[in-house]
Ligand binder design. Structure first.
Ligand code: ZN
Length: 184
């Protein structure tokens, strides 16, 4: 099992836009497998490549770990593009393996349509709603350098500021491997 250290709030790569994947090779397949292991080990339901040090445009999702979704399967989204968003929005409390112990309500579209490539590099289009849709939008944001904390109002952001600095400085206790603090 290969666990990859998870980048934490403030790490430069988490502000970078992902680069499209050109081909699926054994190295990439191994990386995706490692992403799942890293995510499962941390009890996460989603993980984007830049959270584990890669600029590749890929994220993984597995909500079957939650008791409400036992029939769900692990999913891989390569070169994803959200091509449609519902006007109707909803609010849900989110967390992030790169922002441990911080949670906040985030308003997002209730439904989205996402185009992506699967692990066989075939094109797929999926319309999603509910919790899966929430996780997909959160991970999709990562690939565009966006944290969920960017999407809350200024007042809420101010309340979290100290926490975010604490994470940046690695004054945190987490049960999974994280990257060391980056120099400014
Ligand atoms: Zn996240």
């Amino acid at each position: 099992m290969t666990l990859i250290p998870v980048n934490q709030y403030g790490d430069k790569i988490l502000r970078k836009k992902a680069v499209p994947v050109q081909k699926i090779d054994p190295e990439f397949v191994k990386f995706v497998k490692d992403m799942f292991e890293t995510m499962h080990n941390a009890y996460g339901v989603g993980l984007a490549a830049n959270q584990v040090g890669s600029n590749k445009s890929v994220f993984v999702v597995d909500i079957s770990v939650m008791k409400e979704f036992p029939d769900e399967k692990p999913r891989v989204f390569i070169n994803p593009k959200i091509i449609d968003r519902s006007d109707k929005t909803c609010s849900y409390e989110e967390g992030c393996l790169s922002i441990p112990d911080v949670r906040a309500d985030v308003i997002r579209p209730e439904k989205v349509t996402i185009a992506f490539k699967d692990l066989d590099f075939n094109d797929q289009v999926m319309e999603v709603d509910g919790f899966l849709c929430r996780v997909i939008q959160h991970e999709y944001d990562h690939l565009n350098g966006i944290y969920f904390t960017d999407r809350i109002d200024e007042f809420e952001q101010k309340k979290l500021k100290k926490e975010l600095i604490r994470i940046k400085n690695r004054k945190i206790e987490v049960e999974y491997p994280v990257t060391p603090r980056e120099r400014d």
